[in-house]
Design a protein around this ligand. Structure first.
Ligand code: G3I
Length: 322
């Protein structure tokens, strides 16, 4: 029936892609699937562009590990979603525990973004500029950025990214904003805040970390995407996976998982400004879920032995039919 990226492009999308991570690239069976641009036309580095790797101490920049992934993608003709610039997590303690004035932290953000986005200039189709600024109730996360700068850190970050790479598409990226509710409303307000400050924002990334049987309906997903598109931004599913909340799974569970993946793909297909879908790795062997949610997992399109699940065939058939 065809490969996922090829089918997504034929359906008018820019890409179907996957996250990956440095340690995975020594697994040749996995790499043989990952490197096929017809299957995954887009790559996101799962870790090594994050602040803890790229500026481990103030003014000391290191792109060696991030470059391994970006070079891999370029060698294989895959576009890059670059991830991420400003995030409370995987943030070195010199940033999170510093006692900053507003002016000092602004300089820190500007220097970090100027260096990293400058280093990758011309290579990133998109950047996740700010990641996960919100709590699940829609209030702002009280991280160092918000505590010192309030919401002004949002336009500061987007302006800095635009200055360093005017061609990159600049995204706000978060989870639990895929369905209607307080957090989605707060994310809409983030877009408005950035726009009102005269800073560029081109897209919103919907991570899409869902649970089998608990995935929002395609209708709700589509409506939420459209509410963002109404603010004149692109949208994308950036970290899709659908995990079982208890294991082992059975055939009915795999069928449900297929339908859940299908709802997300269907929503993206229904919205022309949904530019693409990225899975947060495609192989259960490398899923982040089991180490974070004990007893949960099997969230990916492929089993550990690299055979495709019913969810894979559901995604494939929906893309093919579009
Ligand atoms: O690199 C060290 C290694 O040296 C050490 O031996 C090992 C021991 O635990 O840890 C390794 O670091 C781990 C890193 O992944 C690389 O494998 C960290 O402990 C681990 O916490 C880290 O997890 C990552 C997580 O973000 C951190 O929050 C996941 O791989 C990554 O998939 C996940 O990705 C996030 C997105 O960036 C944002 N959205 C949510 C998504 C899932 O949590």
């Amino acid at each position: 029936q065809g490969n996922l990226n090829q089918l997504a492009k034929a359906a008018g999308k820019l890409y179907f892609g996957s996250a990956t991570d440095n340690s995975e690239l020594s697994d040749s069976a996995y790499v043989n699937v990952l490197k096929n641009k017809d299957e995954f036309g887009q790559i996101t580095p799962g870790n090594t562009q994050k602040w803890q790797y790229t500026e481990p101490s103030n003014g000391v920049f290191d792109y060696t590990q991030g470059d391994v992934i970006t070079n891999f993608a370029e060698a294989n003709g895959q576009i890059l979603r670059c991830h991420n610039l400003v995030w409370h997590n995987q943030l070195p303690s010199w940033v999170s525990s510093g006692s900053w004035t507003a002016a000092q932290l602004t300089d820190v953000i500007n220097a970090h973004i100027a260096s990293e986005v400058g280093h990758y200039k011309g290579q990133c189709y998109a950047w996740d500029v700010v990641n996960e600024a919100l709590n699940d109730d829609g209030t702002f996360r009280a991280d160092v950025f918000y505590n010192v700068l309030g919401t002004s850190y949002l336009p500061i970050a987007f302006k800095a990214a635009a200055a360093a790479d005017p061609d990159a598409r600049l995204y706000y990226n978060d989870y639990n904003i895929e369905y209607s509710g307080a957090k989605a409303t707060a994310a809409l307000n983030i877009v408005k805040t950035i726009q009102a400050a005269g800073a560029p924002i081109h897209g919103v990334g919907f991570q899409g970390h869902f649970i089998v049987g608990g995935t929002p309906s395609q209708t709700d997903l589509t409506n939420v995407l459209n509410s963002f598109v109404a603010l004149d931004v692109d949208v994308a599913y950036t970290e899709l996976d659908v995990r079982f909340s208890s294991l082992p799974a059975n055939a009915a569970g795999y069928a449900q998982q297929a339908n859940d993946y299908g709802a997300v793909v269907g929503a993206c297909l229904a919205v022309s400004r949904c530019v693409g879908i990225t899975v947060w790795d495609f192989d259960d062997k490398y899923s982040w879920i089991p180490s974070t949610f004990s007893g949960q997992g099997e969230a990916c399109l492929y089993w550990q032995n690299l055979t495709a699940k019913p969810a894979y065939y559901k995604v494939q058939s929906l893309l093919a039919a579009a």
